[in-house]
Design a protein around this ligand. Structure first.
Ligand code: GUN
Ligand code: ZN
Length: 490
């Protein structure tokens, strides 16, 4: 039986279906954290926001005798009062925060299994970012031993394997590789909460990518502790499928109002910039007074953003969404830039055709589509007289002068040489760029012109490069002169 089926893809993001013992769920999705000690918003009530699955902490249930007895007698779902699928965390987070966890890996896994968890999590050891390497290595070895042990214990429920390794990319890679060899139903990326809290998003990109590159692509990946919607577009674009949110409740407790591009102090609000059922029925003052109302608003916007992400996967416009959202904070912009460093890898898995390519600033010049185009320049067969021109066709017609050439290429930022025949094809022929095109787009275009000339430069080819005023003074023109006769348009 296939547990995880992928339906739509864009970048490394996907819409998938995951089967659990309590039914199928659609990913990417966010699992609200429900705490059986203080359920202000009940488990069943989570459905109305769009929750398809919940997450709770097995250790919190285990250490309280009455909750433990009830869970063992009636099962986890009856305890929470919901038949939604439930993932249970093991207490690792308590271990990393308070270091007083008095339960073994074996005990907590047996317990998760007995109470009927849909996805069980072993007691991994979250090593904080920038730890000493020796500590990260020791923690990782212990975590891996527990993962092996877990695989031998859990048979009927789904089991998550947790990637650790602090901020050491090679340890993350090794961790992911070893987990993939053991084989899990779900893979989780752990130990990143401090990076999320400190807005160290570029490093988070490296960690997700190091893990994803070595995990099976047909398995769901959970990013532990990422509950703020501003990170969803980026994390989904990098291939994360599951998220957990305690953020909705923690932020509400701290009187914070979540939006898709950040967090506001509720005391600073004069207006409610949201139309969720809470914000359209209550006043700012009522929200200021009520943690529950704030928590509800936070859930509404969290699920709304996930639906936006999903729709953009279907439309294949996830890049554009990331581009927009990552402009909310400098640290998110750093993360977007960091993502472009992995364009070659992402290009491998990205859909080949999409809707119109929108150029939205310099990070668009590093998009996977642009890299793919550069990698395919060697497919052109050319000989004789070749014109590369920055001047577009006039009235859709080839001029008498242009007709004298055997091949005609239009130089289109950021792609570079586009032959007449590809004018209608994705991406180069179906791109929209601003009239005021930036230097980055021109530079990448000229780099690709040079690349084509390098690839195709033989004694039977004569290149002419014709440019207009907008390109004057570009430093790469000199390099083009070594391959082509360079002319400036009148
Ligand atoms: N919750 C937040 N981070 C982690 C982690 O690294 N491991 C587990 N098991 N739970 C978490
Ligand atoms: Zn609202």
């Amino acid at each position: 039986m296939i547990e995880f089926e992928i339906r739509h893809k864009d970048l490394m993001g996907r819409i998938g279906r995951l089967r659990t013992p309590h039914g199928s769920i659609e990913t990417p999705t966010i699992m609200p954290v429900v705490n059986p000690n203080l359920m202000t918003i009940g488990a069943e009530a989570m459905k109305k926001f769009g929750a398809e699955m919940l997450i709770t902490n097995a250790y919190i249930i285990y250490r309280k005798p009455d909750l433990r007895a009830e869970a063992l007698n009636k099962g986890l779902h009856a305890l929470l009062g919901s038949e939604l699928p439930v993932m249970t965390d093991s207490g690792s987070y308590q271990l990393s925060e308070y270091e007083d966890v008095e339960v073994s890996n074996w005990e907590i896994l047996e317990f998760q299994q007995r109470i009927g968890s849909d996805i069980c999590v072993p007691l991994d050891i979250p090593t904080p970012p920038r730890a000493e390497r020796e500590r990260a290595r020791t923690d990782l070895e212990e975590t891996m031993q527990r993962m092996c042990e877990a695989r031998g214990i859990i048979s009927h429920n789904l089991l998550a394997g947790v990637v650790q390794g602090s901020t050491f990319v090679d340890l993350r890679e090794e961790s992911a590789t070893r987990l993939a060899e053991i084989g899990f139903d779900v893979y989780a990326i752990g130990g990143v909460v401090p990076l999320l809290e400190s807005y160290t998003f570029a490093q988070l990109v490296d960690i997700i990518m190091a893990s994803k590159m070595h995990l099976p692509l047909n398995a769901p990946v959970h990013l532990f502790g990422a509950g703020h919607p501003m990170i969803f577009p980026l994390a989904v674009a990098l291939g994360c499928d599951l998220f957990d949110s305690a953020a909705y409740a923690l932020y509400a407790k701290g009187k914070r109002y979540i939006t898709s591009d950040g967090t506001k102090k509720v005391e600073d609000l004069l207006y409610l910039p949201c139309s969720c059922p809470v914000c359209s029925s209550f006043s700012v003052n009522e929200l200021k007074e009520s943690v529950d109302l704030l928590a509800s608003h936070n859930l509404w916007v969290t699920f709304e953003e996930m639906r936006i992400v999903k729709q953009s996967i279907v439309e294949r416009s996830l890049w554009e969404l990331c581009d927009r959202r990552c402009r909310a904070y400098p640290a998110l912009l750093d993360a977007l830039k960091q993502m472009t460093k992995y364009s070659a890898w992402i290009e491998h898995y990205d859909a080949v055709t999409k809707h119109t390519f929108f150029y939205l600033g310099e990070s668009s010049a590093q998009r996977p589509e642009v890299l793919r185009y550069a990698n395919r320049l060697n497919r052109f067969t050319i000989s004789g007289k070749v014109l590369l021109t920055t001047i577009p066709l006039s009235h859709g017609k080839v001029s008498a002068e242009q007709e004298q050439f055997d091949h005609l290429f239009f130089v289109k930022p950021p792609f570079g040489p586009c032959p007449l025949g590809l004018e209608e094809s994705y991406p180069v022929g179906q791109s929209e760029i601003p009239v005021a095109v930036d230097d980055e787009a021109k530079t990448v275009a000229l780099q690709n012109v040079i690349k084509l000339m390098e690839l195709k430069s033989t004694s039977t080819v004569n290149f002419v490069f014709l440019y207009d005023r907008g390109w004057e003074g570009h430093p790469l023109l000199d390099e083009i002169r070594t391959y082509a006769e360079v002319r400036k348009a009148e």
